[in-house]
Design a protein around this ligand. Structure first.
Ligand SMILES: [Cu+2]
Length: 439
């Protein structure tokens, strides 16, 4: 990929001139030449209107949050809360959610990139055209020293909604013509950051049923500089076998600060299920699920029938069950080449120095610089959750041109946040727990 990084200054100048020429001839008012009336002040705990996002979705669920733009992490979302219909007040979910690294090692051992901390990921924010934010609005983000724009005002944050198909469906057992169904709707936020030849779409999806999904999509171009692969480390792209694009990994890290019900003192639990063959006289195999309380920092590995959840220390739903969010990783190819990429999920005690999974900027004199070194047995009182989702990219002919978006990410799914399906229709609102007559 990239490697135009070696001549970035020259590239940027050329792009800058091209943009200026475009702007001079432009007739629309959507380009970077249109400045914001004034810069809003930096957001505090309660952010100002310019940094506030609030969306009520069909189905009655409202998501609220603040955004800001970090000079290394890019888009940072803060004070994220969820309020389904029937809840008297917003339920706090995260105090902060952000990317914490995109690590790109090449299979031939010749290159290794840390895009957020070292490769100007945040400065690579690009302008979005209205067409790529359908039905939404594009907010302007101020980026000093932007790589692909002459103006620091980049129309770079799309906020929109998107249909996701069935939220549920249920047919009446008495009246066959009666059915309940709802079409789900998501609030979607995204930015595009161009790092060298690649473009990363950072997407945050907030569903009306309380789930959140974080995805990074890789698109743009394969780097024309990385075509020297030998057998087993690349794939022939273009005619015959003249040139092989070098395979590489994209290891994406997210960092989440939970604040369920407004408190950062959350608990972490791990669940494992074990299937045993049928005992004598039993018809079927059995499956037993056990809970392990994670009380100390942990570098965790995904496993069949293993999952984790973050549990509120204070809040309960109306059924008296502790509120929690379950971590649901998407497809991943874990890269064992570095300490910080060896595990799928990390739980660390909060430390203000610890922001990026690798090449963490110096903080104090001897604070170690990567995530794996921060897991050292501290008790978890204010756990920070790190999720690592890897993609091993072996290029294919279809990657030209442009490269189709490849998505990688994970979800946070509510578990007992509300006493029932937050989208329950009125007529079914009394159907909570064992249904009458079915005992
Ligand atoms: Cu790639």
């Amino acid at each position: 990929m990239r490697s135009n990084r070696f001549s970035r200054a020259r590239t940027r100048t050329a792009v800058g001139l091209a943009l200026a020429a475009l702007a001079a001839g432009a007739t629309t008012g959507t380009g970077p030449a249109v400045a914001q009336p004034k810069a809003a002040p930096a957001p505090a705990a309660d952010c100002s209107a310019a940094y506030r996002i609030e969306q009520k979705l069909t189905g009655g669920t409202t998501w609220r949050m603040c955004w800001r733009y970090d000079p290394k992490a890019g888009l940072v979302l803060e004070h994220i809360s969820y309020q389904p219909k029937g809840e008297p007040k917003p339920i706090k979910v995260l105090t902060s959610g952000r990317l914490s690294q995109i690590h790109v090692p090449y299979d031939d051992g010749q290159r290794e990139y840390h895009d957020l901390t070292d490769e100007r990921f945040a400065q690579g924010l690009v302008n979005l055209s209205p067409a790529e934010c359908p039905g939404g609005t594009i907010k302007t983000i101020k980026v000093r020293d932007a790589d692909w724009s002459d103006s620091p005002d980049i129309k770079g944050l799309c906020t929109t909604t998107r249909a996701r198909g069935h939220a549920y469906r249920m047919q009446s057992e008495q009246d066959y013509s009666k059915r309940y169904q709802a079409q789900g709707k998501d609030l979607l936020l995204y930015t595009v950051n161009k790092v060298g030849w690649y473009e990363y779409i950072t997407e945050w999806r907030f569903q009306d049923d309380g789930a959140l999904t974080m995805n990074v999509g890789a698109t743009g171009s394969l780097s024309p500089w990385d075509y020297a692969a030998s057998d087993g480390q690349g794939w022939p792209i273009g005619k015959g076998a003249r040139a092989k694009a070098t395979s590489h990994s994209h290891n994406v890290f997210w960092r989440l600060n939970f604040a369920l019900d407004g408190s950062s003192k959350n608990r972490i639990e791990q669940y494992d299920s074990k299937v045993s063959p049928p005992a004598s006289g039993q018809e079927a195999p059995t499956n037993r699920t056990t809970r392990t309380k994670i009380t100390k920092e942990l570098a965790g590995d995904a496993k069949n029938m293993r999952w984790w959840r973050v549990v509120s220390a204070t809040g309960k739903n109306k059924d008296g069950h502790a509120r929690s969010y379950e971590i649901v990783p998407g497809a991943t190819s874990k890269y064992p080449g570095r300490g910080f990429t060896k595990h799928d999920v990390y739980f660390t005690e909060y430390d203000k120095c610890e922001l990026f999974a690798s090449h963490n900027p110096r903080c104090g004199t001897d604070h170690p610089g990567s995530l794996d070194k921060w897991v050292n047995g501290q008790a978890l009182k204010r756990p920070v959750v790190w999720v690592n989702i890897g993609f091993h990219h072996i290029a294919r002919d279809e990657d030209q041109q442009p490269m189709p978006v490849h998505w990688q990410g994970f979800s946070l799914v509510p578990r007992d946040v509300t006493a029932m399906n937050p989208l329950t229709p009125k007529e079914l609102a009394d159907q909570n727990g064992r249904l009458d007559g079915e005992g």
